[in-house]
Write a protein that binds this ligand. Structure first.
Ligand code: PLP
Length: 378
């Protein structure tokens, strides 16, 4: 089956007891056993839930993986991956990524003795320069947030293989519709399903997808032992979101392209960061590993004073000023004070994230209405 069909039918069977076409929300904490230890595969809902199981299978299918595991949020899924490690282990992570991931690594896990090296992965030599016998995991995100840099997943995977190090790719920005990291050699794919997978800004949810049975066992053990599992209602909402992912992503890509070019040609706009421009430094890699460029982009203003930046951020009407991304409605965000405020300013500036940067999550409204909204705000 092709992806569009798998998004709707993959891993989903009518409910065996009633024939309900939609997966029921199994709102239960426990399951009755016929004799001690004799059950139908479900014992206690932290460990297993039928709504969650259907979603986990569906997610595995659309990421071309064997196993899916769901978590109560994207960061809970990240947390589970780092819990594979021991004190003394080292992680090489991308220097331009989701602020909450950086905060989790530096503020929570460093104090447990795990060391993180943040490097610019656009140049793979920067990974080779810090890899050593303690390195156990490489963590990357592409396109990067918020600068829309592109990391060569297959290139990073070949280094990970050479040194027998795990590679986890946060695929939230691209979604499985545009990019499949497992096919490019990653060991684990992570999604904040809060974003494109859910797609309607109404749920917080995260997931991991992998192929290796041993890795699945370890991560399942962490999932049930640490307990950051999603409720069945949240799993239902993500299942419902998946069914329209392809249709939504096509429109996100179309609108994204129109708006990126509009911004680039606008006299008041400075730099535009979007990975679909043919002169993007890694356009060739983006073309190779992605099937489209999505609806995420960032830009600066020619007058990049704090006053002018704030004025534009506060002047859009369709683009709502809010954190998050990937929903049907368009959002505008100021990374320095919002999504990336948890990264120290000095670090942000060093990595090229200026205080004047504005990030857009282009939704699936009419592109001309969105352009008119940006025009009046500018
Ligand atoms: C939002 C986000 C996360 C964290 O996910 P939550 O669901 O908010 O916990 C991780 N990575 C990326 C790229 C994100 O955008």
């Amino acid at each position: 089956m092709r992806l569009s069909t798998r998004l709707i039918h993959g891993g989903i069977e009518p409910d065996p007891t009633t024939g309900a076409i939609m997966t029921p929300i199994y709102q239960t904490s426990t399951y009755v056993q016929s004799a001690p230890g004799k059950h139908k595969g479900y014992e206690y809902a932290r460990s297993q839930n039928p709504t969650r199981a259907v979603l986990e299978n569906a997610l595995a299918g659309i990421e071309n993986g064997k196993f899916g595991l769901c978590f109560s949020s994207g960061v809970a899924a990240t947390d589970a991956v780092i819990k594979l490690l021991q004190p003394g282990d080292e992680v090489i992570a991308a220097n331009d990524m989701y602020g909450g991931t950086y905060r989790l690594f530096t503020k929570i896990f460093e104090k447990f003795g795990i060391r993180f090296h943040f490097v610019d992965m656009q140049d793979l030599n920067n990974i080779r320069a810090v890899i050593n016998e303690h390195t156990k995991l490489i963590w990357t995100e592409t396109p990067t947030n918020p600068l829309m840099n592109i990391i060569d997943i297959a290139g990073v995977a070949s280094i990970a293989k050479q040194y027998a190090v795990l590679l986890c790719v946060d695929n939230t920005f691209a979604s499985p519709y545009l990019q499949n990291p497992l096919d490019l050699g990653a060991d684990i794919v992570l999604h904040s399903a809060t974003k494109y997978l859910g797609g309607h800004s109404d749920v917080i949810h995260g997931c991991l997808v992998m192929n290796d049975t041993g890795l699945r066992e370890k991560l399942y053990f962490i999932q049930k032992s640490c307990g950051a599992v999603p409720g069945p209602q949240d799993c239902f909402l993500v299942l419902r979101g998946l069914k329209t992912l392809h249709v939504r992503m096509d429109r996100h890509c179309l609108n994204g392209e129109k708006i990126a070019h509009f911004l680039r040609n606008h006299p008041k706009v400075g730099k535009v960061y979007w990975c679909g421009f043919e002169d993007h430094p890694a356009y060739a890699i983006a073309k190779k590993q992605m099937r489209g460029f999505g609806g995420m982009m960032s830009f600066t203003l020619k007058d990049d004073s704090p006053e002018n930046t704030t004025r534009v951020l506060s002047s859009t009407k369709l683009f709502a000023l809010a954190e998050s991304l990937g929903g049907v409605e368009s959002l505008i965000n100021h990374p320095a004070s919002m999504t990336h405020a948890s990264i120290p300013r000095e670090e942000r500036i060093k990595n090229g994230l200026e205080d004047s940067l504005i990030r857009l999550s282009v939704g699936i409204e009419d592109a001309d209405d969105l352009i008119a909204d940006l025009e009046q705000a500018l």
